[in-house]
Write a protein that binds this ligand. Structure first.
Ligand SMILES: [Zn+2]
Length: 423
């Protein structure tokens, strides 16, 4: 590997550099104690007292590693290790430390603590980089307590305004602004007023593909685009007994045909097509009444916006055909959509080279879930590193990852960042 990093008086070959996996694991376990649940998970919702404790601990570790900490107005934290040339935009990594109510130890937390471990490793070996290195934690990535998800990185990337985020309320009516003030995490910096050279994020895969393929590193090429729809099939309620089969307008029978087609549609758009019906409302939902109306959700995903468009056209055409065949109206309304986000080729290759140099098995991967890196990719060249998680499970207290994979992903991060920040 041609990563030569200048120190003050000589060139250092950093290809043999490795992070301290045990120290990283210890930090992950220590952070997981804040909000730790009986089942071994973590409940540390955004902007709660526990979130404050988590933030305090992470920023303390950063300061102990010689980093400076700045906070912006939406509570995003930037922990900075200076470089030789501090006019260069920082090479940044990061993720989030808030969790789902029944979250795990690794989702998000790994990405932040891996960044701190990179800095600790550079400190251990007295390695100075040309560009500064920064580790960010983004406010309210999970969107569990406050909507929208990926709030801090979204405000930073100007996907929506600070005022919009501030006004979001939890179920008790407490706003983001009040809660940020209460925990003392409204900083002076204007969100987005912060240059980024390159952005890398390490994350557990949250899916089963790496484990299924027995690979250590996922070289993430992009994040799937998402289309959310509400579908309504309108029939006619009638008594289940006196109404003969030929004279019915059974909305559920027609709806189930469309539901099957949602899945079939995903199969028609491989390899990254996804189709899910996760929510169904049957009216009147009574045992002896022919269903008069069925509403259900459709979640379609694919790796490019063109593929998402094709799936949109596909499911609408199929629904039209089923409607004509059955005589029942079928309405499909788009309720939200998120564009697909391909990652930067340089970043993808930096991750791949890192995995190759380190001798880790690897494969291309796409992310089916949203991440802060999606917003960063709008601002700077960005990429992600995935590691396997047990059975592909996350957003669950049983979420688990192997220490050797945790270490491997962090080593890849170290080398990808050094390559970008180096000499
Ligand atoms: Zn996450």
């Amino acid at each position: 590997m041609d990563t030569k990093v200048k120190t003050s008086n000589h060139h250092t070959d950093t290809s043999h550099l490795r992070v301290n996996g045990e120290r990283l694991w210890q930090s992950l376990m220590e952070l997981a104690e804040i909000g730790g649940t009986a089942k071994g998970g973590v409940c540390r919702l955004a902007l709660t007292d526990l979130d404050k404790k988590g933030r305090d601990l992470v920023t303390r570790w950063a300061r102990e590693a010689g980093m400076t900490v700045t906070i912006d107005k939406i509570g995003n934290g930037f922990m900075r290790r200076p470089g030789r040339n501090n006019s260069l935009p920082p090479i940044m990594t990061g993720s989030h430390i808030d969790t789902q109510p029944t979250g795990g130890k690794f989702d998000g937390n790994y990405g932040v603590l891996a960044g701190i471990e990179v800095v600790r490793t550079l400190n251990d070996h007295n390695i100075e980089t040309e560009a500064p290195i920064e580790v960010a934690f983004w406010t309210n990535e999970e969107g569990s307590r406050f909507v929208p998800v990926m709030m801090g990185s979204g405000v930073f990337a100007k996907a929506f305004t600070l005022e919009h985020a501030y006004a979001a309320k939890d179920t008790e009516g407490k706003s983001v602004k009040e809660e940020l003030e209460r925990i003392g995490y409204i900083g002076p910096e204007e969100p987005g007023d912060h240059p980024i050279g390159y952005y890398f994020e390490t994350h557990i895969e949250q899916g089963p593909v790496l484990e299924d393929n027995d690979k250590t590193i996922g070289v993430v090429t992009g994040v799937l685009g998402i289309r959310w729809y509400d579908c309504t099939v309108t029939g006619m309620e009638a008594h289940a007994g006196p109404t003969p089969m030929a004279l019915r307008k059974d909305a559920l029978q027609v709806a189930t045909r469309v539901m099957q087609e949602v899945v079939a549609c995903a199969h028609r758009h491989p390899p990254h097509g996804r189709g899910t019906v996760g929510m169904v409302h049957v009216h009147p939902n009574s045992r002896n009444v022919i269903p008069g109306e069925v509403k259900f959700s459709i979640d379609l995903r694919n790796a490019s916006d063109a593929d998402c468009e094709a799936m949109d056209a596909d499911i609408r055409a199929v629904a039209d055909r089923i409607s004509k065949e059955t005589g029942l109206p079928i309405r499909i309304d788009l309720v939200s959509s998120y564009p697909a986000q391909p990652f930067n080729a340089e970043c993808i290759e930096a991750v791949r080279r890192g995995a190759e140099t380190l001798g880790y098995s690897h494969m291309n991967a796409v992310s089916g879930a949203g991440h802060d890196a999606v917003y960063m990719a709008r601002l700077a060249p960005a990429g992600m590193i995935f590691i396997p998680c047990k059975d592909g499970i996350s957003h669950n207290e049983i979420e688990d990852a192997k220490p050797e994979h945790i270490t491997a992903g962090c080593n890849v991060l170290l080398h990808a960042m050094l390559e970008r920040a180096g000499g």
